[in-house]
Design a protein around this ligand. Structure first.
Ligand code: PEP
Length: 310
């Protein structure tokens, strides 16, 4: 079943590149929430109720994922685990490693805190006669807390549509597995000025399937396809512009509360050399890392870039 990549959006009439006034308001989502929280506190001090005010208090914890993809042998995986365990993660950061399924149990038994484990995919519904698939129930049963869904390689190579990714996301969440949901545009889509509309269509398919509460257990990973595995990283400003656009869209299409709390990772050729600068951008809440996550030392450095996050 080869499904086409859906680039149309009914979710938003947002333009493809943000006007500067929009950028200001996008950057302001978090600042506004802080302001609202301050106003709320002042109102309470003054003995007034502040029922119309939204106070946002998400974890805000920087989160870095390592997507090992279809790489490794028992030997190299053991070495990688040893290197990760010997690295010092000094920053306040949540770290999630996604080994190939066949090694997941081995890696889970080797990696120490703070490393958590993710699967790289799972099936859209209850397990059964689905050769080669793994179900969310199996992940739950094996104490795998996270799954990466909608990675561009699965969208382009395995034909996963926006709607399919939305359904998978809902099924995993309902089964008790948290989701790193990947979105991102191809080079042709970026060059056609469709970056935000593509991302919004991918998000809308998820929003259509999940509840507002489900967003507590979803991380969005913005991964421009042209930057994945190419060594061509988005500039910090390019990444920030899309992250801010995504947060603004979430504000308008889900809620201010979810928009301020949801963590948005950047993914695409992140490495030990470019992570610190990317991490300074206000709407970048972490990274999803492919190639560099196979190098323990580099990955630990990327995790510690959390210290630069604003
Ligand atoms: C990825 O595949 O999720 C990814 C970001 O890969 P890389 O870091 O190698 O570009």
């Amino acid at each position: 079943m080869m499904m086409s990549f859906n680039t149309t959006t009914t979710a938003s009439n947002a333009s493809c590149s943000l006007a500067s006034s929009q950028k200001t308001s996008v950057r302001g989502v978090r600042a506004n929430n802080k302001l609202r929280a301050q106003k709320h506190a002042i109102a309470r001090q003054n003995g007034r109720r502040a029922s119309s005010l939204v106070v946002c208090d998400g974890t805000g914890k920087f989160v870095v994922g390592g997507n090992w993809k279809c790489n490794g042998t028992i030997d190299s995986i053991d070495k990688l685990c040893a290197s990760l365990n010997s690295g010092k993660i000094t920053a306040d950061v949540e770290v999630i490693c996604a080994p190939p399924m066949v090694y997941i149990d081995r890696v889970q038994s080797k990696l120490k805190a703070p490393y958590q484990i993710a699967a790289q995919n799972c099936w859209v519904s209850k397990g059964g006669a689905f050769t080669g698939e793994v179900s969310a129930e199996m992940l739950k049963d094996a104490n795998i807390p996270w799954v990466i869904l909608g990675h561009s390689e699965r969208r382009s190579l395995c034909g996963e549509t926006n709607e399919f990714v939305g359904l998978k996301t809902k099924y995993a969440l309902d089964t008790g597995v948290k989701v790193v949901a990947c979105i991102g545009e191809s080079l042709a889509q970026r060059e056609a000025g469709d970056t935000l509309n593509v991302c919004f269509a991918q998000l809308k398919a998820i929003v259509d399937c999940v509840t507002e509460k489900d967003w507590e257990n979803i991380i969005i990973a913005y991964e421009p396809v042209w930057a994945i595995g190419t060594g061509k990283v988005a500039t910090p400003d390019q990444a920030q512009e899309v992250h801010a656009g995504v947060r603004k869209w979430m504000n308008e299409n889900v809620s201010a509360d979810v928009a301020s709390k949801v963590r948005i990772q950047y993914g695409g050729s992140v490495n030990a050399g470019n992570c610190d600068e990317l991490a300074t951008k206000p709407d970048i809440d972490g990274f999803l890392v492919g190639g560099a996550s196979l190098d323990g030392e580099a990955f630990v450095k990327i995790c510690n870039s959390a210290a630069h996050s604003k």
